[in-house]
Design a binder for this molecule. Sequence first.
Ligand code: FAD
Length: 308
Amino acid sequence: MIKNTLEKIKNKTSSICRLDEPLKKHTTYRIGGPAELMIFPKNKVDLIKTIQIINENKIQLTILGSGSNVLISDKGIKGAVISLKNSLKQVKVNRNELYAECGAMLGKIVKLAVKNNLIGLENLNGVPGTLGGALIMNAGAWGGEISENLSCVELINSKNELKKIKKDEINFSYRKSSFDNSDILLSAEFKLREAEKSIISENFLKAQSGRRNTQPLDKRSAGSLFKNPKNNSAGKLIDEAGLKGFVIGDAKISDKHANFFINNGDASSEDMLKLIKKAHSTVKEKFSIDLELEVKLMGFEESQIKGL
Ligand SMILES: Cc1cc2nc3c(=O)[nH]c(=O)nc-3n(C[C@H](O)[C@H](O)[C@H](O)COP(=O)(O)OP(=O)(O)OC[C@H]3O[C@@H](n4cnc5c(N)ncnc54)[C@H](O)[C@@H]3O)c2cc1C
């Protein structure tokens, strides 16, 4: 079935298709087994056609942006994985409105807004990833969130319908959005405000130095592993539980920031999962706090991740 689907996609689109593509090449953790079929669409038309073929053939579909917020099992992902890290890159500004396709990197979007003296996105300076991933995660930093100045999002739903959804039809909260699991985000529009360049630059630089001073940016990670509980900090709890620097195989809790779990070499997904469970259960035992994952787990069996 997969090979059949691959042939159809190759015949009808100019998407690049690969069988058994190692997903570790496509995640910031550098962890992850093969995607049964990995597809890199060239553009929006290709993407829409590709999704249609996958859905018609009833193949399970997973979307990846730049893989900076995922931990993928060494067993890989069944079905098709579409990567948007090489396409849908268009970003443009018209007065105070910014339009971007969902494969565009957040860094590029933030810089374009800053260059045009538009305030509202600069706190996200340094957050890796594509716009699609940022919207799904409601990415945020230094008091700002991607959803704040959002006007609308264009997406394809499970019925292959192209929809434009206004911001007030979507619920955003801390690192969470209400998009359906099967929605594939294509583009978004933001309404920003003009402001003094000096104010925007100050916020932009503050975000950059704050990040450099507190996060192990030279290591392979997926950013914060757990969400911060209300009025508390996951990093502080893990640190106070005595786990800073704790190692399982090549997976390590960073010495610099205890909510950054890093791949110190060639960590397996099992090493990382064991480390996550260790931190989760120790914090629960010591502080009666049930930490919630921010990083998305992909390709694991239900039984492996029960309780997380
Ligand atoms: C060093 C480092 C620092 C970080 N700092 C921050 C931070 O300060 N704040 C913060 O919020 N995050 C942070 N992150 C996490 C990460 O960068 C963000 O969550 C980012 O927005 C994820 O984007 P992505 O393209 O990599 O998404 P991916 O990791 O590829 O995917 C994340 C989720 O979004 C889905 N998805 C991606 N694109 C689409 C699409 N087009 N349509 C539908 N679904 C899609 C995927 O299926 C997955 O469920 C950090 C990560 C690292 C490595």
